[in-house]
Design a protein around this ligand. Structure first.
Ligand code: TRP
Length: 357
């Protein structure tokens, strides 16, 4: 019922490519589960996407891809507010205002910034004690090797996404927790500087249980676009089967009950996510008694993954073909998100002393 205020949940995905199985288990599926009980706001962070490799055609295409994939994965525009970040100009204005309360030092010490800045500068993996060198490189005067200021202020923009909607629950992956910590710090700082109790401090959404980790197919680490080890929700069956069949394994167990190498353990993790307990047990037993054939495991895994992704893929393709529907969804989302953003911004301006003559 509308009378009880639901807690405001907000999360976003950067539009840097198609969504993969990691996004599905780590984000989309969880988002969909929250829609009935929370005031859910899910958006496409296209301004954040601009901080790395801006490419107009790719950006434009990816916003549409991510939107269609959100919808295909079960996020329902009648329940959740779905919008595109750049459709809310209030975000950009508040980003400017909030930046006045953000230190360049704290931004430079953010792990994601160091990571992306190192990449932009072509530096190799960090030593823990190279911060002095790193700072010098970032400030260096080679203009063809620059770190753009948008990358530095990425956490300000993310904080604004959250604070402008006064969201209190922000479901994000582990790699985003530091940004959320900064968001809380900025909120506290704003409140105490102006002597107001204006921004709530958002926290991560606690789903209970261990976080799902979706490994990649290359034997180590998690599935991620930049790692090139992804299964995309929209991969067609042939492509998906081929990727799974090529996944890294090892030479097979040589003795009963051998410990598992990481690549093989990763395949079992994927199997656990997508298969039935019987299937998992079958292959675990086969591993334990050394009768396992990885080819069989992979064949089964590919089919079980396809059972998850095929309906999403088919819906995404249908939705992608319906521009009028997509436009309606984002227009409706932007209207709702803008109304709240405009209220917050109006008050922020007032608090900061931008009050007209
Ligand atoms: N930085 C997030 C990521 O890369 C995306 C994002 C942008 C976000 N703004 C946000 C997530 C606000 C949650 C809330 O995954």
């Amino acid at each position: 019922m509308a009378s009880t205020q639901k807690e405001i949940v907000l999360s976003g995905i950067r539009s840097t490519g198609n969504l993969h199985l990691g996004n599905y288990y780590g984000a989309l599926r969880k988002f969909a589960a929250l829609q009935d009980d929370y005031d859910c706001n899910f958006f496409i962070a296209d301004l954040h996407a601009l901080t790395t490799a801006p490419d107009p055609a790719a950006l434009h295409a990816n916003v549409k891809n991510v939107l269609a994939e959100y919808l295909a994965a079960g996020i329902d525009p009648e329940k959740a507010t779905i919008f595109i970040q750049s459709d809310i100009p209030e975000i950009s204005e508040m980003y400017l205002l909030l930046n006045m309360h953000v230190g360049i030092g704290e931004l430079m010490r953010t792990a994601s910034f160091k990571d992306k800045a190192r990449k932009a500068l072509g530096l190799t993996a960090p030593d823990d004690d190279d911060d002095g060198d790193f700072a010098r490189e970032v400030c260096g005067n080679e203009t063809n090797k620059r770190v753009n200021a948008g990358l530095l202020t990425y956490p300000t923009l993310m904080a604004v996404d959250i604070l402008i909607q006064k969201a209190t629950k922000v479901p994000v992956g582990k790699d985003q927790l530091q940004h959320l910590e900064l968001t809380r710090r900025f909120a506290r700082r704003f409140n105490s500087f102006y002597g107001v109790d204006f921004f709530p401090e958002p926290t991560d959404f606690d789903f209970g249980g261990a976080p799902v980790k979706v490994p990649g197919l290359d034997g180590s680490g998690k599935m991620g676009k930049s790692e090139g080890n992804c299964l995309y929700l929209t991969d067609d069956p042939k492509v998906l089967r081929k990727k799974v069949m090529r996944a890294t394994t090892d030479e097979g167990p040589k003795a009963p009950d051998s410990p598992m190498s990481e690549p093989v353990a990763n395949l079992f993790t994927l199997l656990e996510l997508t298969s039935t307990p019987e299937v998992v047990k079958h292959f675990r037993d086969a591993y334990a008694d050394c009768s396992i054939r990885y080819g069989d495991l992979k064949k089964q895994l590919a089919e079980d993954i396809l059972k998850v992704t095929t309906p999403i893929r088919e819906r995404a393709l249908d939705i992608m073909a319906d521009d009028a529907y997509l436009r309606r969804v984002v227009a409706q989302g932007a209207e709702k998100a803008r109304a709240r953003a405009a209220d917050t911004l109006r008050e922020v301006r007032h608090i900061m002393g931008i009050r007209g003559i």
